[in-house]
Design a protein around this ligand. Structure first.
Ligand code: FAD
Length: 399
């Protein structure tokens, strides 16, 4: 259980390979994709070919077999370039694949997790609905038992990769009379009869990525596609968030660093009152506060990653990392615009995109308010995490 701040050789190699692809292959395409509000499935396929989509899934299930901190590194490096790339990791790796790795049967792992980890299939997570987001127990999608199937009816809203993904882990009410204990999780394929999807346009941010809706119209889902047990959906939804939020937090560190680097560069070039604006102490203060936030956010992410590697329940610590890091990213992007002055208000510079993208992460995977409530409840002792029936397996080093 030693704690080390040294990156392993694997960490260094992963960072190098993601950085190289993200900054050289993806970055040139992003500004135009953002302006056109157009996602590019090819970029996601390349991420799959390079192993990013299964980095911490064991090799026996098609993944890279690296530790959970490696997923944080992938998330950080991708979001340094654009949030849309990291969002794909959050839903595909964090919310879906790690959920199947944790809760799935061996058959489900072979059938769904393996092609996802190999990057051959794209996956996402459908929880939010038009009438329920934070209030998960309020979802209205119904699943009714019918022979060897459950028949799903309902709709999901604000789902990342909705119009692109092949596989969805989704949540429905199997018993509407017993609140959150009446939710069940299912693995749904795009190809199932009655599944339809669409895209949401004119979003504030994540414009280079797809966000949309999913409709289920009498979709017959085989019983063997139930993830976990009947009535376990709420627990599964929450434990998937432990993994998704980890990637959001790590990505936010990347966005904060990108904002800081853009601000430092600009402050070293732009002159006002006869000197570089970086020489003015009030500009330095903006940058110093970015440094402070980035350092603290990164440490919170690493603590959560270390706990995952060790197999220690980390709902509280991951939520803290997500809450803190996404607010740091938001503030860094805001301050980076300030350092850029009028130019920060223009799409000629990346910081306005960083600012729009940063805003979303304070809403999805638990809003600021939900994070704040959680931490208050933990501190007061109103919220205590019990061991899960199926905990996320700790990291096992490869031979
Ligand atoms: C870009 C983007 C991508 C997304 N991707 C996905 C995805 O892939 N899958 C998915 O399932 N969802 C996704 N979402 C949805 C997201 O998770 C929800 O929007 C979020 O959980 C909030 O739910 P809501 O929008 O229904 O807001 P509401 O729950 O209606 O909240 C509205 C406001 O009320 C506040 N509030 C609610 N309850 C309380 C309370 N008890 N105490 C204090 N304040 C409260 C909230 O904090 C918020 O400020 C995405 C959203 C966005 C913007």
């Amino acid at each position: 259980m030693t704690i080390s701040f040294e990156w392993t050789d694997d960490h260094k190699l992963i960072r190098e390979s993601v950085r190289d692809w993200a900054r050289n292959e993806a970055a040139p395409k992003i500004p135009e994709m953002d302006i056109q509000q157009q996602s590019d499935r090819k970029l996601l396929e390349q991420m799959g070919e390079l192993g990013f989509l299964g980095v911490s899934i064991p090799e026996e299930y098609g993944g890279g077999g690296f530790d959970y901190i490696s997923t944080a590194i992938v998330s950080e490096e991708l979001e340094y370039v654009d949030s849309s790339l990291r969002v794909a990791i959050s839903v595909h790796n964090g919310l879906n694949s790690m959920g199947i790795y944790q809760w799935g049967t061996e058959e489900q792992k072979q059938k769904y997790l393996k092609p996802q980890a190999e990057g051959k299939k794209l996956a996402t997570y459908g929880l939010t609905e038009p009438n329920a987001g934070s209030d998960v127990a309020g979802i209205e999608t119904r699943a009714v038992e019918d022979g060897d199937f459950y028949i799903l009816n309902g709709g999901k809203m604000w789902i990342s990769l909705a119009n692109v993904a092949d596989h969805f882990v989704t949540f429905a009410k199997t018993n509407p009379d017993i609140g959150h204990r009446g939710l069940t999780a299912f693995l749904v394929e795009r190809e199932f009869e009655g599944v339809s999807t669409g895209s949401i346009k004119n979003k504030l941010g994540v414009r280079a990525g797809n966000t949309g809706f999913i409709n289920y119209d009498n979709v017959a889902v085989p019983k063997e596609n139930m993830l976990g047990e009947l009535g376990e959906g709420f627990k599964i939804a929450m434990s998937c968030l432990d993994n998704g939020r980890f990637t959001v937090a790590a990505g936010a560190v990347g966005l904060a660093k990108a904002s800081r680097d853009a601000a430092v560069k600009y402050a070293g070039e732009r002159k006002a009152f006869g000197k570089e604006i970086g020489q003015h102490q009030l500009v330095q203060r903006l940058i110093a506060h970015m440094e402070q936030g980035i350092d603290a956010a990164e440490l919170l992410v690493l603590r959560a990653g270390w706990m995952k590697n060790e197999g220690i329940r980390n709902t509280k610590e991951t939520a803290m990392a997500k809450w803190f890091a996404t607010n740091v990213a938001s503030q860094c992007a805001d301050d980076a615009i300030q350092v850029h002055g009028g130019n920060g208000f223009s799409a000629e510079f990346p910081v306005e995109r960083f600012w729009r993208n940063a805003r979303g992460a304070r809403i999805y995977e638990g809003t600021d308010q939900i994070q704040e409530l959680m931490q208050g409840q933990y501190a007061m002792g109103y919220r205590v995490d019990k061991p899960l029936r199926m905990p996320l397996p700790p990291y096992t080093p490869k031979d």
